[in-house]
Design a binder for this molecule. Structure first.
Ligand code: TRP
Length: 452
């Protein structure tokens, strides 16, 4: 059975879907998370594994997630149980939707805290605080922010409210314009930053760090983190892309739209790396210093470049927009569920979800100051939230999505929904979803826990 529209509405065109999905994919994951974990895991080899995961696991699973969403046309929880029923399978597939909702709460909780850092940096940039900063000054400025729980909490609250407001209004209104104009602007500014890094930074050193693989530095855990980053950056494995797919009209090509989103997302991440690492090396900073990496390197660059006051302010504004269009997609699956099953209005549902995620976010706020000493396996609250979701829950969700689309649904249903006419293309995708992606995820898990 094919449902034509979701009760929550539909994108006004295919282009809007591409923009919204790109808005979801491109965010802090590309500009903040990608450079810092590349730095922590030694560069080149890690980037290569990451790109492999994007292409062989991320792209086929994105297509699978969109196709499930469009066929189910509901929140991921209801989509999974409806599709399972239609295919004559166990209703427990609905649990996959629940897994996504839990992951979504955890991701949203810390995503909002980090987006709060970016909010605070808009004002720092605009006030001229970056001017003349060297590595030590920029580091002290970052420390000053994260050591102050009150300020972190205030920014976290503001960002969570911003997300809640958009989701309460319905994902479509407002969002369309934002992505249409501001995402290209972000891309342009990133290109400009790479230009600056070429002119003033140690560009070749940064370039080699990112692309010259040294496999000796690649541990089993690094491979897991690279795969986790592929899931995180493409918004896969928790139903965000699934629910966006549920608002897509039945004729749009899932393959083409997915390829566009993946291409744009990868381009932004690579550009961010090329903008950051040359500055890292030119300023004598440590690439593996962790989550503060861009908040320390970018102010140095903006503080020295001509027009840096303007560019710096605009950059952090655009980074917030990118984070905003991502955080709304993290919130959407849980909100759609509350509307469908608990009879809540979108406004109430958004308030409930935002409230719970906000509370959980306090753990991340404190993990950078009062609770920095409380660790589990040497990880703070923030580290645990991030590791558990990106490296375990998202790949697990992706694995189950691949199994469902590749093995449990009939080939006929999958083919009908995907609508790929070229047999070779369909076969390739089907092979990736049935074998390469799930086996790849399994091998990475086994390698990370040291079994292979
Ligand atoms: N992909 C976004 C980023 O890179 C974050 C994001 C949005 C996300 N939706 C998601 C991550 C769903 C995991 C799951 O910033």
């Amino acid at each position: 059975m094919r449902r034509d529209v979701s009760i929550h509405g539909q994108w006004s065109s295919k282009l809007v879907f591409v923009l919204a999905a790109t808005g979801s994919a491109v965010g802090l994951g590309n500009i903040w998370r990608f450079p810092y974990i590349v730095g922590e895991h030694g560069g080149g080899a890690f980037v290569l594994v990451y790109l492999g995961c994007i292409l062989l696991i991320g792209l086929p699973i994105m297509m699978a997630e969109i196709l499930l969403g469009r066929r189910g046309r509901q929140s991921p929880i209801n989509t999974m149980s409806t599709l399972a029923r239609e295919e004559g399978l166990s209703r427990s597939w609905g649990l996959l939707g629940w897994l996504g909702v839990v992951a979504g709460f955890i991701i949203l909780s810390y995503y909002s805290v980090i987006a709060g850092w970016a909010l605070s940096y808009v004002f720092r940039a605009g006030a001229g605080s970056f001017i003349g900063q060297d590595a030590g000054g920029a580091q002290a400025m970052f420390e000053g922010l994260v050591s102050d729980p009150e300020r972190l909490l205030a920014w976290h609250t503001i960002f969570m409210v911003m997300t809640m407001l958009v989701v309460a209004r319905g994902v479509r209104s407002g969002l369309e314009q934002a992505v249409r104009i501001l995402m290209p602007a972000l891309l342009l500014l990133l290109v400009l930053m790479v230009g600056y890094a070429m002119a003033e930074g140690h560009f070749m050193e940064g370039f080699r760090f990112m692309f010259q693989p040294d496999f000796g530095r690649l541990t089993g855990n690094s491979v897991l983190v690279a795969m986790g980053q592929a899931f995180f950056t493409l918004s896969l494995g928790m139903g965000a892309i699934m629910i966006y797919g549920s608002y897509l009209n039945s004729r749009a090509s899932i393959a083409k739209t997915s390829a566009t989103v993946v291409g744009a997302d990868t381009a932004v991440a690579i550009l961010a790396g090329l903008a950051i690492f040359p500055i890292v090396f030119a300023s004598g900073l440590e690439p593996g210093q962790g989550p503060g990496l861009i908040f320390i390197t970018l102010p140095i660059a903006f503080g020295q470049m001509p027009g840096g006051l303007l560019f710096g302010t605009v950059f952090f504004v655009l980074l917030i927009v990118a984070a905003w269009t991502s955080s709304i997609s993290i919130m959407e699956p849980a909100v759609a569920y509350l509307v469908e099953n608990r009879g809540l209005h979108r406004i109430g549902a958004a308030a409930v979800v935002a409230g719970v995620a906000w509370l959980l976010g306090i753990g991340t706020v404190l993990s950078f100051n009062h609770w920095s000493g409380y660790t589990l396996f040497d990880m703070t609250f923030f580290d645990v939230a991030d590791y558990l979701t990106s490296n375990i829950l998202l790949p697990l969700g992706g694995f189950l999505i691949a199994i469902f689309a590749g093995w449990r649904m009939t080939e006929r249903s999958v083919m009908e929904e995907l609508g790929i006419r070229q047999p070779l293309l369909f076969r390739t995708w089907y092979y990736l979803v049935r074998f390469v992606a799930p086996i790849g995820i399994l091998l990475v898990f086994l390698r990370a826990i040291g079994l292979i």
